[in-house]
Design a binder for this molecule. Structure first.
Ligand SMILES: [Zn+2]
Ligand SMILES: [Zn+2]
Length: 224
């Protein structure tokens, strides 16, 4: 009786240990596959985003990134914006309007005197893919506005292309003008910049600006 009781307890102990071990193994396998899936996704993301990396300048001094912007680093060069706001506070990163590698794009209304349409831009800085209405002729000056409230994006300063103005999308819901994405309002001009804490975080340059390699190009956000 005594011996049986001890054996039962022993078996129970073994049984419990086995179950705990099984649980631990299952947990380890789960977290490893989650890690692998995450890693695979990151590798795929880096491979599929079409960015001319030599034209993209990333400031390395600005660390850590401010949390409120929710800017995500894809790798050392490319960043992704996961939220941008119009001057009235509408978040225009919207995955139901268009996705890039499964991530929500930046939803905008773009118009000229005669044409108007909705466009979704890639949320990866330096990736020029866009969905939606793209009937504008290259070089046309367009108005860029919030598709929800129609408010035009504010013009901050002249673009270095010489013909356009840089317009801003805010990276934080409190519309901090030191944390913005700026885009040129000339259709087809890809010069764009991302500012965090009023400092240049990431900039896309065209050929003629490469010689400067970012060193001399407005490190501080200025409102001309
Ligand atoms: Zn709006
Ligand atoms: Zn421009």
């Amino acid at each position: 009786m005594h011996a049986r009781g001890a054996r039962t307890r022993k078996n129970l102990c073994f049984g419990l240990t086995r179950s705990i071990r099984r649980l631990e193994v299952a947990r380890a396998v789960r977290s490893r596959s989650a890690m692998l899936a995450h890693h695979t996704r990151e590798v795929l993301l880096v491979a599929t985003i079409k960015v001319q990396r030599d034209r993209l300048f990333r400031s390395q001094e600005l660390r850590p990134l401010s949390k409120d912007t929710r800017i995500r680093e894809v790798d050392d060069v490319v960043i992704q914006v996961t939220q941008v706001f119009c001057p009235k506070g509408h978040n225009l990163v919207n995955s139901s309007r268009g996705q890039f590698e499964g991530e929500g794009g930046i939803w905008l209304r773009v118009s000229t005197e005669g044409l108007s349409g909705e466009v979704v831009l890639s949320p990866f800085h330096g990736d020029h893919r866009r969905h939606g209405f793209t009937e504008f002729a290259e070089g046309t000056r367009v108005q860029i506005a919030c598709p929800i409230c129609g408010t035009p994006l504010p013009r901050l300063f002249k673009c270095s292309c010489g013909s356009g103005d840089m317009v801003a999308l805010y990276l934080t819901p409190d519309l901090d003008d030191g944390r913005v994405v700026v885009l040129c309002n000339i259709w087809g001009c890809h010069r764009s910049k991302v500012f965090d804490q009023a400092q240049l975080l990431s900039a896309y340059f065209e050929d003629d600006e490469l010689a400067d390699s970012g060193e001399d190009i407005a490190p501080i956000l200025s409102f001309h």
